[in-house]
Design a protein around this ligand. Sequence first.
Ligand code: FES
Length: 107
Amino acid sequence: IKITFVASDGERREVEIEEGETAREAALYNDVPGIDGDCGGVCACATCHVHVDPEWIDKVGRLMHDGMEADLLQFAEGTTEYSRLACQIPMKPMLDGLVLHLPEQQY
Ligand code: FES
């Protein structure tokens, strides 16, 4: 399953990841800068903040406003309606080709 990460300066990086892994793992395994994922992927740090490409947001699903993920993202810098935590995006075949934009900085 392919994911393209777009850095804040516009640089694109396409990586591959197995089904069942998350977008956070895809970034970490491939040394994509911009995703720290400090908490180990358990939705507790918000350093894996990404902006889902508008064309993909419905497939990925929007942030649930009353969940732990939303609580955490309040602390992230520059969140938008397309913000998600990469560790909370499990990859599946329907997400092949997903485009995620990286924020300028985490926090
Ligand atoms: Fe910590 Fe996603 S890796 S919230």
